[in-house]
Design a protein around this ligand. Structure first.
Ligand code: SF4
Length: 219
């Protein structure tokens, strides 16, 4: 992997990502403009398998009704399910949320990445993203969007079996900078949604195309 991903290529990737941010800017979502840890955590929980815009449109309704973890503990699961209908997967989400809030007390979420990830329905991505959004310490955040971007640009095959995960962790640790890691991660995420999108990536407007392996192999 070291031979495939040189430091100069990593630097080029980072510069291209910052150039993209300067050109297009970051999306403005409510969970990116709050210090409320409860809201940030719940937003990340709801964002899984859901378009960001749907969660943004649902924001006031949900947090107006459920301002803290205790309010979720107090409501009946069937009632929570009804509120979650606009987001889809309402039964699964309601059950998960109700179970999750029984695993800690009050409003204080577990502090460590591991303890957070072990909460019902949370896992590594939500745990890391939540911690990244609420502190300046670098977290190796990745999901299928990051994998798609890294695979295309660096021309590496990445999958999520055990060996694949080690490779993704290794790549993430080389790419995500220690300084301003939150900004970098949000930029890669928005870049993956707007430009290096799953279908028909917009390579011609991409600041990374000159060294992108995927672009070089296109007809
Ligand atoms: S050139 Fe295309 S495939 Fe490569 S990083 Fe940019 S959008 Fe993605």
């Amino acid at each position: 992997m070291e031979s495939q991903i040189s430091s100069s290529l990593v630097n080029y990737f980072r510069r291209g990502i910052y150039k993209w941010k300067k050109q297009f800017g970051l999306r403005n979502f409510p969970w990116r403009n709050t210090d409320n840890k409860y809201e940030i955590f719940i937003a990340e929980f709801l964002l899984r398998r859901t378009q960001s815009i749907m969660v943004a449109n649902f924001w006031d309704e949900f947090f107006g009704r459920f301002p803290n973890f205790d309010s979720i503990r107090e409501v009946k699961e069937e009632e929570l399910e009804k509120v979650l209908v606009p987001l889809g997967l309402s039964k699964i989400r309601a059950r998960s949320l109700k179970k999750l809030v029984t695993e800690f007390e009050g409003e204080d979420l577990p502090k460590t990445e591991k303890d957070l990830a072990n909460l019902h329905g949370v896992g590594t991505y939500i745990s890391r993203m939540y911690l990244q959004m609420t502190s300046t310490k670098r977290r190796l955040v990745w999901d299928s969007n990051f994998i798609r971007v890294y695979s295309r640009f660096f021309g590496v095959s990445l999958n999520t079996n055990k060996a694949g995960i080690e490779t993704i962790e290794d790549i993430s640790s080389r790419i995500i900078p220690s300084r301003n890691s939150k900004e970098f991660i949000l930029t890669v995420l928005d870049f993956s949604a707007a430009t290096c999108r799953p279908q028909s990536p917009l390579c011609l407007e991409c600041a990374l195309r000159n060294k992108c392996k995927f672009y070089q192999k296109r007809d």
